[in-house]
Design a protein around this ligand. Sequence first.
Ligand code: BTN
Length: 240
Amino acid sequence: MRKVEWHEEIDSTMRRAGEMASKGCESGTIVGAEVQTAGQGRHGRTWESQQGGLYFTMILRPKVEMRDLPVVTLALGLGVADALQMHAGVSVDLRWPNDVLVGEKKLAGILTVWQEGAILAGIGVNVGQAVFPEELREVATSLALETQKEHDKQFLLRAIAASVESQVRILESSGVNAVLRLFANASSYVSGKRVTVELPAGVVIGTTAGLTPEGFLVVRREDGTEMTVTAGGVRPANNH
Ligand code: BTN
């Protein structure tokens, strides 16, 4: 039986998961909350975590090397995307490395942290939100908005957890290339997509041209030269 610790309110399930991992909790343990007061997003951003969403962190102890972390990140996205397609009836896309989208709007976000050999997989899914704060309205969506139905968060939690574990098992047993292939099939962002990439040095425009063996995204600039994107910040070029 999987251990699930559930909170009505917490600062961030990432912080609590870090404590649980350092005390040696089992792989597959989950900490979740109805509301987070200091939800963490990628790149130091905050993650809007009001009532209605599904917020949890799963502690995983996969048998992989630290260098495979970028591919674990892709596997987590595949797990969340598969579960939402199968159990919530939505058609989703994956924006590298692992944003789960409906069209161009974000349905779920994943934060991956490596802590002393454990992976803290922080997953936020917009489930029941009927409206988003003004600044998110153009870029976020929820299962309620997409399907006009109510969804059982505890059922989704278990479906996503099982699906994520299954993708991690594929990585452990079949290796990095199997996950790269699955990701390339599931994501419209891997090749032939015109994107902008936000880098500290400025914005680059180009067309995606596959994944590196490490799981990074290759982008061909307009002058034909290629660059490897190792962190997020990829957006469709038509949004700018
Ligand atoms: C992203 O920026 O796309 C990643 C968002 C990750 C949000 C989840 S919600 C549960 C877990 N706890 C957090 O504080 N963040 C992650």
